[in-house]
Write a protein that binds this ligand. Structure first.
Ligand SMILES: NC(=O)c1ccc[n+]([C@@H]2O[C@H](COP(=O)([O-])OP(=O)(O)OC[C@H]3O[C@@H](n4cnc5c(N)ncnc54)[C@H](O)[C@@H]3O)[C@@H](O)[C@H]2O)c1
Length: 362
């Protein structure tokens, strides 16, 4: 019998990665719930999950043996559902973004502490083999102190469905800044989460009504649905110790191609982790790069780091790490408190863009 029994909450586009991750980790996927029960039923059939429900409350009533859950619902419900599950004694693996804002994230982190349960967020890009190997170099001191980084997730035609929950601010929290937050998070991870002080940002909503800018990821368009989030953002963050981070996130910008990357400058080495696509948005066509730049024996040296490719972008590996963290077999790739710093930066990006001035973070 498996050491861990898991329930899945939300049976949408991201759920396959979670279920496959749990199965690879040797956990039992005991039940799945979705407010649209047909969706839960389809996934239950596909993966031989014994039970499916239209609410997680009913799922816990009928399968109280569940130890842990994945929260895979639209962003607006992350905090509410996760807090409820933590209070019911379940470990929680919540999809990104952690919540709609830093305040909600703080409440989630506090509830996890009070309930003595593990709360982790799906920062799957930390689980990529390239990220983990770069982190080894950073921990070993090869990179030195990272003074600056550039975080990019820039799409050309990548609006994830017009009028669905992704494009409604009250349901999603925002556009690409919050949806594609992974490279911001990865930069902070490499920089060891310094304390942010100032943010200066602008956001744009060009192409937000142009169907040519729809991407291959996301959910179907909703006729007459709202589109009140940004399509691109450019921001600059300054940290307490003088470090800086440049952010560029977009769903719709006329870039050469989709690029997902972090570059950084350390006092001993620079580095790059980068994914580009042969077909934008299609992970199966990804080309990954991972390099360190040093000065050795009076020569500039480019170290190309070759790892086993993971086209799934760490999405399954992150779930495996959640299971192994609960079972104390592995150190966690992420700690819930780190998400508060990330969300404070995201809140400040939106505030700075709205006010047109730089914003201080406490
Ligand atoms: N880590 C990644 O790479 C990645 C990629 C895509 C999406 N996501 C995140 O995953 C989450 C889900 O996105 P998606 O693309 O699967 O969306 P989706 O719209 O395809 O699926 C969401 C599902 O949640 C269900 N739902 C809503 N409220 C519920 C509730 N209270 N209980 C149970 N089910 C409920 C909906 O009926 C729907 O089936 C989002 O937070 C998104 O940001 C992460």
């Amino acid at each position: 019998m498996a050491d861990l029994k898991v329930g899945i909450i939300g049976a949408g586009g991201i759920t396959d990665y979670h279920i496959n991750g749990y199965l690879k980790a040797g956990a039992d996927v005991t039940a799945i719930s979705d407010t649209q029960i047909e969706r839960a039923k389809v996934q239950a059939k596909k993966f031989n999950i014994p039970k499916y429900f239209s609410s997680y409350e009913e799922m816990f009533k009928k399968t109280p043996e569940i130890d842990a859950v994945s929260v895979c619902v639209p962003n607006k419900f992350h905090a509410f559902v996760s807090i409820d599950c933590l209070k019911m004694g379940k470990h929680v693996f919540c999809e990104k973004p952690p919540a709609l804002n830093a305040n909600e994230t703080i409440q989630m982190v506090n509830t996890a502490k009070d309930s003595n349960r593990i709360l982790m967020f799906d920062f799957n890009n930390r689980a990529r083999p390239e990220s983990q190997v770069l982190m080894k170099y950073i921990k070993e001191g090869v990179v030195g102190k990272i003074n600056s980084a550039q975080a990019l997730w820039i799409r050309r035609c990548g609006i994830p469905g017009f009028g669905g929950w992704f494009t409604q601010k009250n349901l999603s929290g925002g556009g690409p800044v919050i949806d594609l937050l992974h490279m911001i998070d990865l930069s902070l991870y490499f920089m060891k989460f310094p304390q942010p002080r100032w943010v200066l940002a602008s956001i744009f909503n060009d192409f937000s009504t142009n169907p040519e800018f729809k991407g291959p990821w996301g959910i179907p368009d909703v006729k007459d649905g709202k589109m009140d989030v940004e399509t691109a953002a450019h921001a600059f963050v300054r940290f307490e110790g003088g470090e800086v981070l440049f952010i560029r996130n977009s769903w719709a910008e006329m870039n050469k191609r989709e690029e997902v990357s972090v570059t950084f400058q350390g006092t001993k080495a620079g580095g790059l982790i980068k994914r580009i696509f042969k077909r934008d948005g299609i992970d199966e066509t990804a080309i990954d790069e991972c390099e360190l730049y040093t000065q050795e024996n009076r020569c500039p040296v480019n170290r190309k780091i070759i790892v086993e490719p993971d086209e799934k972008m760490g999405r399954e590996r992150a779930v495996i790490n959640f299971v192994n963290t609960i079972l104390k077999k592995e150190e966690p790739f992420s700690r819930a408190e780190e998400a508060i710093i990330l969300m404070k930066i995201i809140d400040a990006v939106y505030l700075s863009a709205e006010k047109g001035v730089s914003v201080e973070i406490d």
